[in-house]
Design a protein around this ligand. Sequence first.
Ligand SMILES: [Zn+2]
Length: 312
Amino acid sequence: MCMHHDHEASECTDSETKAMLSKRRMIQGLAAGGLVTVTAPGLSSCVTNPETGSSQFLGLVSESQLNQMAAQSWAQAKQTQKLSTDPRYTSRLRNVGSRIARGANRANQPWDYAVFDSDTKNAFVLPGNRVGVYKGMMDFADNDDQIAAVMGHEVGHVAGQHARERVNTQMAGQLGLAVGGAIGASQMSKKCKTMADRRQQQACYQSANRNSQLLNAALGMGFTLGVVLPFSRKHESQSDLLGAKYMHKAGYDAYQSVSLWEKMAENQASRQPEFLSTHPDPSRRARDLHNYIKYQERLGSQGWQSIRMPKT
Ligand SMILES: [Zn+2]
């Protein structure tokens, strides 16, 4: 059942995502006070994601709006962190990335990859197909297939529209209709441009500016999108399975994703890898991936079409 009530998180969002988002509820007071209320179109729209089969609430923020916000975060990440220019990393990542994009039927879209020169074992994706991988993660991987597992997982977040669902749920839950005003900031600036009276125009710009600032504050934007804000466990596990599917379609050995997470689990015993701070238990992920891949293989020619898991 998929229903949406004003000022409440959408019914089509899982409880874990809702719980996670409600932690940020204190921002509500701050943002709601200063915003112009504009009715957002398509507020009640819940859609079924064809890749995951999950029902999602995506009505408030469009793909292109999210893309614009992410462009800023991406530029910021590349400015504030050291980038690797070593082709042993950058070309390798690009090659694996383009193969995975083909496996995910997304080769016709533009992709942007960056290798950050740090020992951190982590990777992230921002809306608009921007994938960042840390050198430490690439060094940790035994082979290209394991890098493909990381890449497949990040592309899974894109295909699952996870960032967009998270942002929309958060905004619907915390800000209600008031957010429509913030989103309208860019349209508002356009309107300001056409104003003849200078004083009126200035006030118009100020208001548009304030709205976009409040929106950014509410979303915890900047470099936090996709990094500090964790994805829910459900999103993580969806991305894992989608990643394995893309690996298989791209001709990689999907079982290497299992090996990667097993290795992470071993590594965890001695030293806490950074990847774990934002991602769930690696041995459970390895087990789920193993079960999923085995199941797809058992399905034969019917396999690798969805992220359906065997009934346990
Ligand atoms: Zn993830």
